[in-house]
Design a protein. Structure first.
Length: 147
């Protein structure tokens, strides 16, 4: 990247910053009580973007703490339809958190990268959000209304 940006002289500084960030995440990002990598250092709240640790190759799928994070996400951030919330922490915004299809696919991808090919499950048929007339899926889904 340094060559493409004509900034080869900056690569050592970028590498040092990368290594510092990696060390901080590995040391402070894991929360023993939550049994997972969490939303912020010192937080006990789960947050789906932590699945990017395995999706981007930051950690291998077989890493025990990554496997625990994936399992915690599946257990605590998945709704009755099999769709995934980004987080359930209070974020200061009004209303309830909705599920996002992207998060659901990230969870399935993380489970596959962890070698848990039997774990990704198909969301309940008939309960998936409907595609639009242009065959596009909504990015967010709210809880279905009680009948």
């Amino acid at each position: 990247m340094g060559a493409a940006l004509e900034s080869r002289d900056r690569v050592p500084g970028w590498a040092a910053a990368r290594d510092e960030i990696r060390a901080a995440i590995l040391e402070h990002g894991w929360n023993e009580r939550a049994g997972a990598y969490t939303q912020a250092f010192g937080s006990g709240e789960l947050d789906v973007p932590n699945l990017m640790l395995v999706i981007t190759g930051f950690l291998p799928g077989e890493d025990p703490r990554m496997k625990a994070t994936i399992a915690a996400t599946a257990a605590r951030l998945t709704d009755e339809r099999g769709l995934v919330y980004r987080h359930l922490a209070r974020d200061g915004l009004e209303g309830e958190e909705g599920t996002f299809l992207l998060w659901t696919f990230w969870l399935a991808q993380a489970q596959a990268l962890a070698g848990e090919l039997a774990k990704p499950r198909q969301p309940s048929s008939g309960r998936l959000p409907r595609s639009t007339t242009s065959a596009c899926w909504p990015r967010r889904s709210t809880r279905p209304a009680a009948r």
